[in-house]
Design a protein around this ligand. Structure first.
Ligand code: HEC
Ligand code: HEC
Length: 358
């Protein structure tokens, strides 16, 4: 048995050769991999990441919250209103502050129990133009002073700010137009002009108006939307959609979304794309465009549900004098294409857009 074993001298030599081979392998591996490691750490580290872990995209800087429109920021990525106390002339300053008050608490002055005139449905402009029209993608007024007067296809004419404000009085507030020379109209326009005076003429402020929302591949579904409404909206806007009036019977704490005190069917919000964009990035109350809560499907479906309910009607036979300029989601014919009123109201919109391109 002993004779089959290699002797001690042979064993030592074999071990030495094995160690040298190991050392050579390690050295070669080291020399080959070193430059890879140095120049390509990202690639290497990605080998060790789970396949579904995506690179983190840098997030957009937080915009500063507008503090009662009183502070101006020069660093924010989004438009911030020109500071209210920047107005030097005392009379103009008072007017601008009154304008802001009228936008935030319209009903107190112009609602059914208003102290100045009774010409609206009791909503406040601010219900749809959040933080008195200063919030990023909260349907703000950032681009109004800089872009009006402008041509609008709805009327087929050039509109100044008075006309545009009165459109919202007659449609969104389902009320009467304000006299252009009235103290109230002058104050509203002075306010809108002042807060937007830091945007160059002709330019659009970043984050003004509403943020875009992708179309669904299907029609928005009122039945699915009803469930969304019940779980995410009803606690404030109520099962009958009529909102909640303050105990003073003057202003709403939660505005109506349909029924006789709501906006009429000629209002901008009656178009589903506007409604869906507004609620996706602003509702339930408290969300912002940076932390929306509704999925795109929920936003479209709940919009369909709300817009399927009854609301005041306004006759506007002069709207869209050129029907080829009608927006795809205008819910009333006649149209330049052959899609139904139903499809123009709820979608699917992609086929309408495709057809229009041809
Ligand atoms: C029910 C919701 C609602 C209410 C209430 C409302 N608006 Fe509007 N307003 C809108 C929508 C939606 C638009 C955008 C419509 C569009 O682009 O088609 C708009 C647009 C405007 C614009 C033009 C903005 C731009 O960038 O072109 C002005 C100015 C305006 N509203 C002023 C007012 C004033 C002043 C009041 C109160 C007297 C008021 N709105 C009340 C929904 C509302
Ligand atoms: C926590 C309470 C609350 C919840 C929940 C909520 N809202 Fe609102 N909503 C409000 C308030 C308050 C306003 C008015 C904001 C203001 O004046 O500053 C408003 C305004 C609106 C407006 C514009 C004003 C109008 O009368 O047309 C719409 C549209 C709207 N909400 C839809 C919805 C939808 C849809 C949901 C559910 C996805 C929802 N809201 C959930 C409190 C709420």
């Amino acid at each position: 048995m002993e004779t089959n074993q290699p002797n001690n001298k042979e064993q030592g030599l074999i071990k030495m050769i094995q160690r040298m081979l190991n050392l050579i392998i390690v050295l070669v591996a080291f020399i080959v991999l070193l430059p890879l490691v140095i120049y390509n750490t990202d690639t290497i580290s990605s080998w060790f990441k789970p396949a579904n872990q995506k690179a983190v995209t840098p997030s957009f800087p937080e915009p500063k919250k507008s503090d009662e429109a009183s502070k101006e920021s020069t660093v924010s990525a989004f438009w911030q209103p020109k500071a209210m106390d920047a107005v030097a002339d005392p009379a103009l300053k008072e007017q601008v502050y009154y304008g802001r008050e009228l936008i935030a608490h319209t009903a107190k002055y112009l609602g059914p129990n208003g102290s100045v005139l009774q010409i609206t449905n009791g909503q406040n402009c601010q219900n749809c133009h959040l933080q008195a029209g200063t919030m990023a993608f909260g349907n703000n007024y950032g681009s109004v002073a800089s872009t009006y007067p402008k041509y609008r296809a709805r009327s087929g004419t050039s509109e100044n700010i008075y006309k545009r404000v009165n459109d919202c009085f007659e449609r969104s507030l389902n009320g009467k137009a304000l006299d252009t020379s009235s103290k109230e109209m002058q104050a509203i326009v002075a306010y809108i002009n002042h807060i937007g005076s830091n945007v160059s003429k002709g330019e659009k402020a970043v984050g003004s108006g509403l943020k875009d929302l992708a179309f669904l591949d299907r029609a928005a579904d009122p039945m699915k939307g009803k469930l969304v409404y019940e779980t995410k909206c009803q606690s404030c806007h109520q099962a009958n959609g009529e909102g909640v009036l303050n105990p003073d019977n003057i202003e709403y704490s939660f505005p109506p979304l349909w029924g006789k005190h709501s906006f009429n069917d000629g209002a901008g919000l009656y178009r589903i794309t506007n409604f869906a964009k507004y609620i996706k990035y602003n509702m339930p109350l408290g969300v912002t465009h940076e932390n929306p809560q509704l999925t795109d499907e929920e936003a479209w479906d709940v919009s369909a549900y709300v817009l399927a309910q009854s609301r005041p009607h306004i006759a506007v036979p002069k709207d869209w004098p050129d029907i080829t300029k009608k927006p795809i989601d205008h819910p009333f014919g006649p149209y330049a294409d052959s899609f139904s009123e139903k499809q123009h109201k709820y979608g699917p919109f992609k086929p309408i857009v495709e057809k229009a391109k041809k």
